[in-house]
Design a protein around this ligand. Structure first.
Ligand SMILES: Cc1cc2nc3c(=O)[nH]c(=O)nc-3n(C[C@H](O)[C@H](O)[C@H](O)COP(=O)(O)OP(=O)(O)OC[C@H]3O[C@@H](n4cnc5c(N)ncnc54)[C@H](O)[C@@H]3O)c2cc1C
Length: 477
């Protein structure tokens, strides 16, 4: 019997687990997949929204604005890259200008500070590459960017460092009421009994609710496709440049990432399949056309990859955070701005548990901090040399595009939550994320994984399961 079971290791489940472990050392995180951060948290726009978009009085508005205020400190504590770059919503017509005025009023009512309407002249001064036909903009100085999967991994890692248990490949298939709480069973037969269950299963949160007997809402996937440009394109703009929102969402954006790339997208396509993350030529062409209207001079020869993510669109139009049964909490329909709101959602859930009578008391020994994942390149030359003298594995650069050392790859396999496959190493260290997309460094990463995990290199997988990539050597080394 544990105190709390969190279902889903996305950024929302991860932040909730990190918050709760500060109050009880008995937390289990159950995740269906082979690693954390593989749902919507892996593929999104990575924006910490200022909070002017969500409807006044909604949970989305409340938790977005609060989360945005909390994010800088949260990122500092967890050693996650965060940049307060500010955002711009650009308009092309008088009609767009009226929309921007409405957004400004809504944002002010939501409590967003510093919103300002800009003329084209004012805009060009701060963003010289803004599109030729852009005529006005709404500036939100509190908008920011962050790495979403890094935030999730750091939150889960921090929870684990403080005593939480992560159960991977635990796909919840049955939820039964027990005398003191719930017995939750995975597809593979493993069980966890918990006094309190938090359903943070993203796109599948409606299915988890149904397993517990709650049929009050549904969640459908809305796909968003992206193009990512190489690092030398990241300084084309400094702000995140949105266009006026529509009923399908915030529209295409052009934004630098915290790692210096340029991100274009997402599209908004309602689909039925909760696993369909393909990209299509049609949608990528739409992104290209829209992005070029917003920002001039984008060099599409610099695109290094395209990808897509699925928003969890809830049937109520707002975040669904409720308790349909004693000891069971839904955190569902967490579409955008779920990343921005995640730290505030975690506090909100903590307070719900306390109001239900959960025995949560602040732990004196709780440590909210964690070492950054990419830290070697940030060291001074002297610090690097000292470290290399002690541990020569930091002298060997494995990923030349992203300058990732062997030492950092070994650390990723040794620290919470540990990497177990090539994609796990990639998300933790950025190795294989550069221009060559792993063409040069993958064989070295396979060797390191095999050695650290004590397995043959043919057993190393790309993303768990049976995703083996080596059959045999062509040449002995
Ligand atoms: C295209 C796109 C753009 C976005 N842009 C932004 C943005 O710029 N800013 C912003 O604030 N938000 C943005 N969002 C929203 C944000 O990404 C999400 O709100 C957030 O990632 C949701 O996190 P989550 O933990 O709820 O869900 P997820 O990350 O999907 O995690 C849910 C987890 O539950 C697991 N799970 C599912 N079923 C089971 C089961 N049966 N048993 C155990 N585990 C299970 C899944 O495997 C998954 O790991 C965007 C989303 C998308 C898709």
């Amino acid at each position: 019997m544990v105190d709390v079971l969190v279902i889903g290791a996305g950024v929302v489940g991860g932040m909730i687990a990190r918050e709760l472990i500060g109050y009880t050392s008995s937390v289990v995180i159950a995740e269906a997949r082979e690693d954390v951060a593989l749902g919507a948290t892996r593929a999104n726009s990575a924006i910490v929204h200022a909070g002017f978009d969500a409807k006044e009085g909604s949970l989305k508005a409340l938790l977005n604005v609060r989360g945005s205020k909390m994010m800088k400190k949260t990122a500092e504590e967890l050693g996650v890259k965060y940049k307060n770059n500010g955002s711009l919503v650009v308009g092309f017509s008088d009609e767009d200008r009226s929309t921007l005025e409405e957004l400004k009023i809504r944002g002010e009512r939501n409590g967003v500070p510093g919103l300002k309407l800009l003329t084209r002249d004012e805009l060009v001064k701060i963003e010289p590459n803004i599109g030729e036909t852009v005529s006005c903009a709404l500036h939100a100085p509190t908008g920011a960017i962050i790495c979403p999967y890094e935030l999730c991994m750091a939150a889960v890692g921090c929870a684990m460092d403080n005593g939480a248990e992560l159960r991977l490949n635990f796909k919840v298939a049955k939820i039964e009421k027990s005398e003191k709480g719930y017995i939750v069973t995975a597809e593979n037969g493993e069980t966890v009994e918990a006094k309190y269950v938090i359903n943070a299963a993203g796109a599948y949160s409606d299915e988890i609710a149904r397993l517990a007997g709650d049929e009050s809402f549904s969640v459908h996937p809305r796909r968003g496709q992206y193009m990512l440009l190489d690092r030398d394109s990241g300084d084309l703009v400094s702000h995140t440049v949105f266009r006026c929102p529509s009923k399908m969402g915030k529209g295409i954006l052009v934004s630098p990432t915290v790692d210096g790339n340029l991100l274009l997208g997402p599209t908004a396509e309602d689909i039925d399949d909760k696993t369909d993350t393909k990209t299509t030529a049609d949608s990528l062409a739409k992104i290209k056309a829209s992005a070029l209207e917003q920002v001039k001079g984008i060099n599409f020869g610099k695109v290094i990859t395209s990808f897509s993510g699925l928003r969890s669109v809830g049937s109520t139009g707002d975040f669904i955070i409720n308790s349909p049964f004693e000891g069971f909490i839904n955190v569902a329909g967490i579409e955008s701005p779920g990343l921005s709101a995640a730290p505030a959602i975690a506090e909100y859930v903590r307070d719900m548990l306390i109001s239900m009578g959960a025995p949560l008391a602040k732990r004196d020994d709780y440590n909210p901090t964690r070492r950054p994942a990419h830290w070697f390149s940030e060291l001074s030359v002297e610090e690097k040399n000292n470290l290399i003298a002690e541990k020569p594995e930091y002298a060997k650069i494995v990923c030349r595009c992203e300058l990732v050392t062997e030492g950092e790859i070994r650390d990723a396999i040794r620290t919470n939550p540990p990497a177990r496959d090539i994609d796990g190493v990639k998300r933790r260290t950025r190795a294989t994320m550069g221009r060559c997309q792993g063409g040069f460094c993958t064989p070295y990463i396979v060797e390191i994984l095999a050695e650290e995990l004590g397995i043959d290199y043919t057993r190393v997988t790309k993303f768990g399961g049976e995703s083996y990539i080596n059959i045999s050597r062509t040449k002995e080394v």
